[in-house]
Write a protein that binds this ligand. Structure first.
Ligand SMILES: NC(=O)c1ccc[n+]([C@@H]2O[C@H](COP(=O)([O-])OP(=O)(O)OC[C@H]3O[C@@H](n4cnc5c(N)ncnc54)[C@H](O)[C@@H]3O)[C@@H](O)[C@H]2O)c1
Length: 388
């Protein structure tokens, strides 16, 4: 198959490479010249794969896959502008019989109401449409595109069959559902499930503090129960392109339909407030004297072993600390530089306070323990340091 993947970011590139390694001829299209220039160098030896900025390179492909961002607007509403522009582009280049697949995360009804409608406006050819939400977990060394089951549904049976055939060419397990709306909703439910359970652990950390006991120790004890329990731990909050955003997509559409969303809304609020809560813990351990203190945030990305800082709660903590008059720096060998500030070394006694927001695999614990007078660990993974 000749396959065009629209958007070559965290989702689109691994997908393009998986499809190319299965023998498809893959063109990775992105409208950001920096992305394409980087790929021209980094992926020049990837067989069956070609990155491009040119629309003419993706004329008349058999399959078009959308993998563009679905963020929130400034007023916290779903922003489908990237998705619509990708659909408009496909409308101008797709020929009769092409299969259009949406992998970008969005609310139920997006394929039918946005993607199909937009493409139909500019393309009269007979096209097939399917939804196959991406489940990639960056930096996960166990689960990848191949061994993570893929949920798929087409707008009709012909589209479902074509999409199943395509994903079976590089995924071990493909799970067909009855409609694209079910596929789209399942993705949102998965990430809402995480948002809600993380929020519960975060609220529980605040309860445990009042009891004078450690939430992490309690949760580890609960997790010894071999059935009916799944372990989620408290932390500085949630970040990245999925967990803080996807539940809002579900909430927005559900509200329009008059369905209750109290639980989802509350979970989002609890997780968003965690940097503020952590600040209150930092005030306590420093005797409420943060003004003028040298503070190092250890781990700036939104999770372990990734460079992605989108929606990272570490950035929110940074803002909170600056409001208290702290001199803030950060240590993160993966992020290296942020907003004109470079990652610093954890030299002995160089800070008043170090806060571990994210524990990357390469974090040197001995250096950490010597770098500051006060230490706080939001990850609950470092022995001998005060935690949530
Ligand atoms: N990052 C994750 O871990 C993850 C996991 C599962 C699902 N998703 C979902 O996948 C989608 C993509 O996320 P991502 O993290 O890969 O985003 P990303 O920002 O890493 O990559 C998106 C790419 O699309 C390009 N782009 C935007 N509009 C375009 C257009 N009209 N034409 C061509 N290229 C365009 C951008 O330049 C960018 O390179 C989102 O819906 C996200 O929710 C992300």
């Amino acid at each position: 198959m000749k396959v065009a993947v629209i958007g070559q970011g965290y989702v689109g590139l691994p997908l393009a490479k998986a499809a190319s390694s299965a023998g498809h001829e893959v063109i990775g299209f992105d409208n950001d010249p920096n992305v394409i220039n980087r790929l021209m160098v980094n992926e020049k030896n990837t067989i069956n794969y070609r990155p491009t900025l040119l629309q003419s390179d993706i004329n008349l492909c058999n399959i078009y896959i959308i993998a563009v961002p679905t963020p929130l607007t400034f007023s916290n509403k779903p922003d489908l502008s990237y998705l619509k522009s990708a659909a408009e582009l496909i409308g101008t280049v797709a020929g009769e019989g092409a299969l259009i697949i949406n992998e970008s995360t969005s609310y139920p009804g997006t394929l039918r109401e946005i993607v199909e409608v937009t493409i139909s406006n500019s393309n009269k050819s007979k096209l097939l449409y399917a939804s196959a939400p991406e489940r990639i977990d960056p930096a996960n060394t166990k689960w990848d595109i191949k061994n993570t089951p893929r949920v798929v549904a087409g707008l009709n049976s012909e589209a479902t069959k074509a999409a199943l055939d395509f994903y079976r060419s590089f995924c071990d397990e493909v799970y067909a559902v009855s409609s694209p709306e079910v596929a789209e909703a399942s993705k949102l439910f998965e990430n809402t499930f995480r948002q809600v359970n993380i929020a519960l652990a975060n609220e529980f950390a605040q309860i445990a503090e009042k009891f004078g006991i450690s939430a992490n120790e309690i949760i580890s004890a609960s997790a010894t129960k071999p059935f009916g329990f799944m372990k989620f731990t408290p932390g500085l909050g949630v970040g990245g392109h999925c967990i803080p955003i996807d539940p809002v997509y579900l909430e927005e559409k559900a509200q329009l339909l008059g369905a209750p969303t109290t639980f989802i809304k509350q979970a989002t609020i609890i997780n968003q407030q965690m940097p503020h809560y952590v600040l209150s813990r930092l005030k306590k351990i420093t005797g409420d004297h943060l003004d003028g203190k040298k503070v190092c945030i250890v781990g700036l990305s939104y999770k372990k072993d990734v460079t992605d800082i989108r929606q990272s709660p570490s950035i929110e903590l940074w803002k909170e600390l600056e409001k208290q008059g702290c001199q803030v720096s950060f240590h993160d060998k993966l992020v290296e530089s942020y907003n004109g500030t470079e990652s610093v070394k954890l030299s002995e006694n160089s800070f008043d306070l170090a806060v571990v927001a994210v524990r990357h695999s390469d974090l040197n614990i001995d250096e950490l323990k010597k770098c500051a007078r006060f230490l706080f660990d939001c990850t609950g993974t470092i022995e001998g340091i005060l935690t949530l």
